[in-house]
Design a protein around this ligand. Structure first.
Ligand SMILES: O=P(O)(O)OC[C@H]1O[C@H](OP(=O)(O)OP(=O)(O)O)[C@H](O)[C@@H]1O
Ligand SMILES: NC(=O)CC[C@H](N)C(=O)O
Ligand SMILES: [Mg+2]
Length: 507
């Protein structure tokens, strides 16, 4: 889950893209990049780090033009420490193309072979996005050969991308001198929405991963882009759209509602905040059926993402909701940091206990999810050190038992605390006195109850069902090996965690 954005306006877009990326920072902390376009020329700046560190004033000045796109990266393929794999990607033919991607290509290893052997294209990184832009470029070349480029050829190329590329992909691309292209994979796994605003000199279109990026930059959410649909907005702001997939179906990633997205976003017609409240409600029922609520003195959330669920759970149990941990706002999200060592260290740097809320009490700690168990193990220990009598733990998501191959960085099951472990074994590992998990169906209902169109959700890491139905054993193995062989560069992780200015990375 990276954050992507694209804008077409009648005034310069560099600041607008920067602002949108800041609003999407929670989706990726490892690298950031912007490309703008003027005439047929592109201007690019990308580097490792958070948005505020990557873009200095001089970089912003060198991004002119009324059309552009940007990305914040959370790597799920390739190497977290490679500047070359930061997005956007650029290829110079046909026309000149830049592209940003949120998602993960499950057949990237096969596509890379095809690209080199058959399409005669050279890839120079381990990134799946580099394969994706080259497939799009190749298909655009075929569709537009000897023809002027119109939306018809663009949509034909997107249809070919759908046929060749498997996995999840929400994409924004610029075609030099022609316009902005945005599309979503045929299963609608990763989010992408369209917004409209009034710029200083006329209307302005923005596409973004989450509605918060639209609203926070003064745009109105128009609609979600449908699974398999492509939008092409010409340089003069004319919007064309077409369904490019043969059998599209909507299966948004349930983990967006659990953890990834901001609560103030609305994704595929469902308020993320409301979904989290619902999850708290159903989790409360699980708690009541597991233990007498009289054994609980207080409900304490593990900041940040669990707050809405914990609040609702407390209300349902009729117990006080208290803030027992304070979050250091200058430390980023731990789950999306690269490398286990830095994630572990960051939990203590990020959260600190308020002793009086724990002393002598039976506390129910609530988190949105327990994935590797890094957070819960540390937090339970901190609650005990702060003098808690009993420490119970509840998770608003069910046990995460299976790898995710659609854009969440957990390609191997062995890293997951709930893989091959019983709930009792997990409880012992975490060190709490009771452990209560949400049920898979209850989690899905918490989301789908808010929009009947969401009857199917991508929930493979919880139920082991891979919605695209085409991930082969070889694909799993290739993704696992690819990630496992990437360097675990502690220095790079430090940079990401502390978000220090990195003057050497500016070009
Ligand atoms: O079991 P784990 O592997 O530790 O992963 C789960 C934890 O990671 C996330 O928090 P994070 O700090 O990333 O972000 P948040 O501030 O949005 O809660 C999530 O909210 C859980 O707290
Ligand atoms: N989380 C994502 O969407 C990652 C996009 C792409 N797979 C990358 O690793 O750069
Ligand atoms: Mg958390």
């Amino acid at each position: 889950m990276c954050g992507i954005v694209g804008v077409i306006s009648a005034t310069p877009v560099n600041q607008l893209i920067y602002d949108a990326l800041l609003l999407l920072q929670h989706r990726g902390q490892d690298a950031a990049g912007i490309v703008t376009g003027m005439g047929t020329k592109f201007f690019m700046h990308k580097a490792r780090g958070m948005v505020r560190d990557v873009f200095r004033t001089r970089n912003m000045r060198s991004l002119p033009g009324n059309i552009g796109l940007g990305q914040v990266r959370y790597p799920t393929a390739g190497n977290a420490y490679s500047e070359e794999e930061a997005q956007p990607f650029y290829v110079n033919a046909p026309f000149g193309l830049v592209l940003v991607h949120n998602g993960n290509i499950t057949n990237a290893h096969a596509l890379k072979k095809e690209l080199f052997g058959i399409d005669r294209r050279h890839l120079n990184t381990e990134s799946d996005t580099e394969a994706l832009i080259n497939i799009l470029a190749h298909e655009l070349e075929l569709a537009a050969r000897d023809l002027p480029l119109t939306p018809v050829e663009v949509f034909k190329a997107v249809s070919a991308v759908h046929r060749r590329v498997k996995g999840s992909y929400a994409v924004v691309a610029l075609i030099a001198g022609y316009g902005l292209l945005a599309f979503r994979d045929p299963h609608g796994i990763r989010p992408l929405c369209l917004g409209k605003g009034e710029g200083a000199n006329g209307p302005e279109w923005m596409v973004a991963s989450e509605s918060v990026a639209l609203e926070g930059t003064g745009h109105q959410l128009v609609r979600d882009i449908a699974p398999g649909e492509a939008l092409f907005i010409t340089m003069d702001g004319e919007l064309h759209s077409q369904q490019c997939a043969t059998a599209p179906s909507l299966n948004p990633c349930v983990f967006e509602y659990v953890y990834l997205a901001r609560p103030d976003s609305v994704i595929d017609g469902v308020s993320v905040y409301h979904a989290r409240l619902n999850m708290g409600e159903t989790l409360a029922q699980r708690v009541i059926s597991t233990m007498p609520p009289s054994e609980i003195d207080v409900v304490i959330p593990i900041p940040e993402s669990s707050r809405p669920s914990a609040m609702q759970l407390a209300q349902k149990l009729g117990k006080p909701y208290r803030e027992g941990f304070v979050k250091n706002r200058y430390v980023g999200r731990t789950f999306i940091m690269p490398g286990q060592a830095v994630r572990k260290k960051s939990v203590r740097q990020k959260l600190n206990a308020i002793g009086m809320e724990f002393k002598g009490r039976n506390v129910l700690l609530v988190d949105d999810s327990i994935v590797r168990g890094t957070t819960s193990k540390e937090i339970v220990q901190m609650a005990r050190e702060a003098g808690a009598n009993k420490v119970y733990m509840a998770s608003a998501a069910p046990p995460v038992r299976y790898p995710n191959v659609y854009g969440i960085d957990m390609p191997t099951s062995s890293e997951l605390i709930a893989h091959d472990r019983t709930i009792e074994e997990i409880r012992q590992y975490i060190g709490c006195d009771a452990l209560i998990y949400q049920d898979v169906d209850a989690m899905k209902r918490a989301v789908s109850a808010l929009n009947p169109a969401l009857a199917s959700l991508e929930a493979s890491c919880f139920d082991g069902r891979y919605i695209t139905g085409d991930v082969s054993a070889a694909d799993f193995e290739a993704m696992k090996t690819q990630r496992a062989t990437q360097p675990q560069d502690e220095e790079g992780a430090e940079h990401s965690r502390l978000a220090l200015p990195n003057p050497t990375s500016a070009h």
